[in-house]
Design a protein around this ligand. Structure first.
Ligand code: MLT
Length: 305
């Protein structure tokens, strides 16, 4: 069987497929016609977030058995089209939870203490000690939108640093929330009470632009962290809220369009700090998701669950 890999994954995953006797072909940064050609004779396709697996891709790949997503989010894969074409879609929902949660915590501190801004000014030769009066997380309230695997990890980490937890998640039980030490609340209440709001939901029809002008206004003087998915937070609204001083700051790792282009409004706002979708970019996480995805592809070839 032939596995096409269109976004870079750790070698450990590629080795796993080869060791099982299957062929691996890598074709990074292919799109349009080139992608359709590359996938035409593939039995397996492995992607991260860089490849859009559309109806056209499924139509072109007549022998495709499985699409493996080396990561959590499957918003770049047309699941309905996969179903229509009888193709399995498998993600790796656990391997990068630690990495994503650690990045969210790092971004929380980075924005609350203006670390990137101060760093840049010092690198430019400026000793701007008097310009930065940060916010301590201890004793403050963390609002968590989405108490799934990553949301729970971030909640645990920041509550151990003295934060109170309030969470919005219509799919989790009160009992589970209590085990984590979080009080469940409606979104509005969560926004009003949070000093720092962290977002951990997938991008779906239900969550697209979940946080826009009205919602962000409720996060008055607060900080927002989005290391989940672009498109969940309205970028123009967030840029406005921080720029106009409604909110104190924001830290954003994920964008509605990636790679981000120079006209993205978030890039112009001093107190919005950004990273290029690095949440899962640790050696351990990349190895975990690559191996888990490869194992699922091989299992599918062998007719195993
Ligand atoms: C994920 O969905 O797992 C993350 O966004 C990580 C990634 O694909 O880079």
């Amino acid at each position: 069987m032939k596995v096409l890999v269109t976004d870079p994954i750790a070698d450990a995953g590629l080795d796993r497929i080869r060791e099982s006797g299957h062929e691996v072909e890598t074709a990074y940064d292919v799109e349009g016609e080139a992608l359709l050609e590359a996938v035409a004779d593939a039995n397996g396709l492995i992607v991260r977030s860089g490849t859009d697996v559309t109806e056209e891709v499924f139509a072109a790949a007549e022998d495709l058995v499985i699409v493996g997503r080396a990561g959590i989010g499957v918003d770049n894969i047309d699941i309905d089209a996969a179903t229509d074409h009888g193709v399995i879609v498998a993600n790796a929902p656990e391997g990068n939870v630690r990495a994503a949660s650690e990045h969210s915590v790092a971004m929380a501190f980075a924005t609350a203490r203006s670390i990137p801004q101060a760093h840049q000014r010092l690198k430019n030769g400026e000793w701007a000690k008097g310009d930065y009066l940060g916010t301590e997380v201890n004793g403050k309230t963390l609002g968590v939108v989405g108490l799934g695997r990553v949301g729970q990890e971030v909640a645990k980490k920041l509550s151990s640093l003295g934060m109170d937890l309030v969470a919005y998640d219509p799919y989790i039980s009160q009992e589970r929330a209590e085990q984590i030490g979080a009080e469940l609340a409606e979104l509005e209440d969560c926004l009003e009470r949070a000093d720092l709001l962290t977002v951990h939901v997938p991008l779906t029809d239900e969550t697209e632009n979940l946080l826009s002008d009205d919602e962000l206004a409720k996060l008055e003087d607060g900080y927002l962290i989005n290391c989940a998915r672009g498109g969940v937070v309205d970028e123009a609204a967030l840029a406005r809220a921080v720029d106009e001083g409604v909110m104190a700051g924001a830290a954003v790792d994920v964008f509605a369009e990636e790679p981000v282009t120079a006209d993205n409004p978030l890039l112009d706002v001093e107190d919005v700090i950004v990273t290029p979708h690095l949440g899962a970019s640790t050696e351990a996480a990349q190895e975990n998701v690559a191996v888990s995805t490869a194992d699922q592809v091989v299992a599918a070839f062998h007719g195993e669950p």
